[in-house]
Ligand binder design. Structure first.
Ligand SMILES: [Zn+2]
Length: 212
């Protein structure tokens, strides 16, 4: 059996990866966030065992997995949900050590992906999404809007959704290094870019689209 210190180290590794993934979601880099979060899986069992044995809080946060359950469905990252499921299948101790309903959450995320797919098809076919009432659908649309994938226009009293993948649309971006805000085509902010202020080569956070 692993020692307390070994399990604690696993918990720290798991939580550190979760934090890195969470930061990636704040810069709308959902694909990287999910990919990074998957690196936490080898440390999941140790983290859960540590918390079950030594912590009084019965279900401490699992930020890395939360990131996957939240961001895999709207981004159609099915492989990530499969990876979690496979991991649960391969080591039955994980579910025994957890008060989180991990299997249930994988299944829920898969059903959200079905919801996302049908929404995507409706937007493609320009069917008004005015009948969107359900919380799952609202959540997915909100993520797409936040990530600049979908924009909303109000016609009459009805919101219409359309894809906003125009990479030339103008956005405000913020230098992660010096914090300066600059305007530019969205495509410029999706990769590493030289900052006009601090001259550093780094990432920009997409802040908001600039209304024309
Ligand atoms: Zn800068």
């Amino acid at each position: 059996m692993a020692t307390k210190l070994e399990l604690m180290a696993e918990q720290e590794r798991f939580d550190r990866i979760g934090e890195v993934a969470r930061v990636a979601t704040t810069r709308f880099d959902f694909h990287s966030a999910v990919k990074l979060a998957l690196d936490s899986l080898p440390h999941l069992l140790g983290k859960l065992q540590y918390e079950k044995r030594y912590c009084s809080n019965s279900s401490p946060p699992i930020i890395a997995l939360d990131a996957i359950f939240h961001f895999a469905p709207p981004n159609f990252l099915y492989y990530a949900l499969d990876a979690i499921e496979k991991h649960l299948d391969e080591d039955k101790r994980i579910e025994k050590a957890s008060d989180h309903d991990l299997r249930g959450r994988v299944n829920h995320a898969k059903s959200l992906m079905e919801v996302a797919l049908s929404l995507w098809q409706r937007i493609e076919q320009v069917i008004p999404v005015s009948s969107v009432v359900d919380e799952d659908q609202k959540g997915i649309l909100a993520d797409w809007q936040r990530g600049g994938i979908v924009t909303t226009t109000i016609r009459g009293n009805t919101p219409h959704y359309s894809f906003a993948l125009e990479l030339n649309s103008v956005w405000t971006g913020k230098c992660e290094c010096c914090g300066v805000m600059v305007r530019g085509a969205k495509v410029q902010f999706l990769n590493v870019k030289r900052c006009p202020s601090c001259r550093g080569l780094g990432r920009f956070v997409l802040v908001s689209p600039v209304s024309q």
